[in-house]
Design a protein around this ligand. Sequence first.
Ligand code: RFL
Ligand code: PHB
Length: 396
Amino acid sequence: MGAAVRTRTQVVIIGAGPSGLLLGQLLHGSGIDAVILERQTPDYVLGRIRAGVLEQGTVDLLDKVGAGDRCAIEGLVHGGVELAFGGARHRIDLSRFSGGKHVTVYGQTEVTRDLMNVRAAAGCPTIYGAADVQLHDFDGESPRVSYVLNGQTHEIACDVIAGCDGFHGISRASVPASAITTVERIYPFGWLGVLADVPPVSEELIYVNHPLGFALCSMRSRSRSRFYIQCELGEDVADWSDDRFFDALRQRLDPEAAEALVTGPSLEKSVAPLRSFVAEPMRFGRLFLAGDAAHIVPPTGAKGLNVAASDVHYLHASLDAHFNHHDAAALDLYSPRALLRVWKAVRFSWWMTSMLHRFPENGAFGQRIQEAELSYLTGSDAAATSMAENYVGLPF
Ligand code: RFL
Ligand code: PHB
């Protein structure tokens, strides 16, 4: 291997998931140069089926970078969600209890595709297939990032590194253990998810608490559904035929929803573990973490992608003030501002998870307490208001 190819930019962004792509376009809009390094290919990134629910703040950020047109047309606006327990469904009127707000159902795959397209149209550089990404000297004023592409080593000098490389990325792992505090809760179950080209069970999402375990009927469009059921940790998808999955789902639904469930061949089937995780602080010298690189929430509150978007909003604000307004204190503001909102999303996601899943160790008492909480939530304006303002998204 010959000498490294050396270049320079203002910000190196590691990871071309939604966090990295959104940050890249916000920086572009502020005239700040950035290069994105992504380990995988574009098709691999687009193949991950994940989030489905966008807060208005996330939609506004997509609009701001010019990536919101398709979401405005194809996104499904939902003013409520349904909670099912004790064999019946109850609607939480999100709009009524949040002063007229709503969420938009639009898949993460499509968010990523739209961001990729605006980035390509703007001619901004993303390097896919970047192997062996390494972060250097971010404790000083002149950080560098090296990577290998097609056998050639490259090195980019920069002012700031943005670690947007997800939970298993290299950025957080590069921070000395003595400089970082992490807290974690691993839940004793996972979600088995299926994507299928069948119409949704209902107009809105149905979150189900059932003695057999949690279930969720979500959607991507009027003809494509996304379903989840609570499963054992380490469950092998190979053991779950489509028939077995839909039978287990149907058992957890109320009679009307079970009747409305249309089944069809799965387009995708996967198991996800459930975890709450926060790394603090979110800044180490000239390295800033955003999105899943810094924190994970269980998907029950639909918060992961949305809190990634608010991180990116705060990080962009700090970088804009630093580069364009020479504000010496701006970089210090990022981590404390972002963490305030992160912890509220962590709390809400933990609460939704605790209320809706079967925890074997809590037994019959735990199940009855959950049903009492759901009954209170669906019968009290005060409780419904608290859920609604969190579900539609706290302000940022
Ligand atoms: P991502 O999406 O993981 O992207 C990180 C990118 O970094 C790349 N990478 C590297 N690149 C270079 N060098 C390295 N060493 C690298 N290591 C990693 C990766 O290839 C990848 O492309 O993180 P990001 O951008 O922070 O985005 C976070 C969201 O993906 C995540 O929070 C959500 O998907 C969470 N989530 C949900 N969030 C919601 O807001 N609403 C939902 O309804 C929702 N549902 C979900 C979810 C996550 C789920 N799973 C599978 C975890 C449902 C599920 C089942
Ligand atoms: C999804 O559609 O994938 C989805 C929706 C709501 C959640 C989690 C996932 O809480």
